[in-house]
Ligand binder design. Structure first.
Ligand SMILES: [Zn+2]
Length: 290
């Protein structure tokens, strides 16, 4: 259901085998531990909960939601005793967008019947938050760009960053902002890290971090350039359909092939963000009246 890895002493990551390689993390302290995000599907999160209970001595006191998206926060309810920490915007967005999305999901299938959203109850609107957990200290820092409420968790001495979806195999900005994303990636590159646990995909090791973040920044610059080019065309949508992921420096096979679709959505969303309208496509053949 998920794979797990020991990242450092008392620091673990879990990666879903069922949904988009989404990750969760665990930092084990002297008396209690902190879970970073939940997994996407209820049965995965329940299995994760059982696994952690079996393998650690201390209870999970806090869950940090890196952002409000379903694949990271809808498992909160399986930890009834945990306090949920998040950015203030995360709480707001879970109420205004998450709740209606869950109701729609419940109507259209059986997967989420037992899920009830548990909203963050310890939130901060700006700045950072620190938690001292015995010898370990974690810092919770804003990392917006993938979404406005994005935060990450830095395990200070170990220099491990749980980055949420600020770091993924391909930057994904449909619900976010490209300038913020670039700022966030630059901030992360100055952090002198040993490991990055991304919100989706495999752990980025120290020797890979610089190149990975450089590639992500280049990718963002590339899609921005292509969207500007598209805007000068009669049918920008047609132009964007032809912008291959590989020409922006990313491989088609990332995230089990899902990257191609994320790339396509990035281009269209960025066009909308920059020009306030969807990129028009040429009329389809069947609509041509002759
Ligand atoms: Zn995600």
């Amino acid at each position: 259901m998920f794979q797990y890895e020991r990242v450092a002493e008392g620091v673990y990551s879990f990666q879903s085998e069922n949904y988009a390689q989404v990750t969760a993390g665990l930092v084990v302290g002297a008396k209690w531990s902190v879970l970073i995000d939940t997994l996407a599907l209820p049965e995965e999160t329940k299995a994760l909960q059982a696994f952690i209970e079996e393998h650690t001595e201390v209870p999970i006191r806090y869950i940090v939601n890196t952002h409000y998206h379903a694949d990271h926060s809808w498992g909160n309810c399986f930890f009834p005793n945990a306090v949920i920490i998040a950015h203030s915007l995360c709480r707001q967005l879970m109420i205004t967008r998450g709740q209606p999305a869950l109701e729609r999901a419940k109507q259209s299938g059986h997967t989420f019947v037992e899920v009830e959203l548990k909203f963050p109850n310890l939130t901060f609107p700006e700045g950072e938050m620190s938690l001292k957990m015995g010898r370990k200290c974690i810092r919770i820092i804003p990392l917006p760009g993938h979404s406005p409420d994005g935060i990450g968790v830095l395990v200070e001495d170990e220099r491990v960053l749980f980055a949420g979806d600020a770091v993924m195999p391909i930057p994904y900005i449909v619900d976010g902002n490209i300038e913020q994303m670039a700022e966030t990636l630059k901030r992360i590159s100055r952090m002198r890290l040993e490991n990055i646990v991304p919100g989706h995909g495999d752990i980025v090791l120290r020797g890979e971090i610089k190149t990975k973040l450089r590639e992500d920044l280049d990718y963002l610059a590339c899609i921005q350039k292509e969207v500007k080019k598209a805007h000068r065309r009669k049918f920008p949508g047609d132009y964007l359909d032809e912008v291959d992921i590989a020409q922006c420096g990313k491989s088609r096979v990332l995230l089990g092939g899902l990257a191609v679709e994320l790339h396509r959505r990035n281009l269209r969303a960025l066009y909308r963000q920059m020009y306030g309208e969807a990129p028009a496509r040429s009329p389809k053949e069947e609509e041509v009246p002759w």
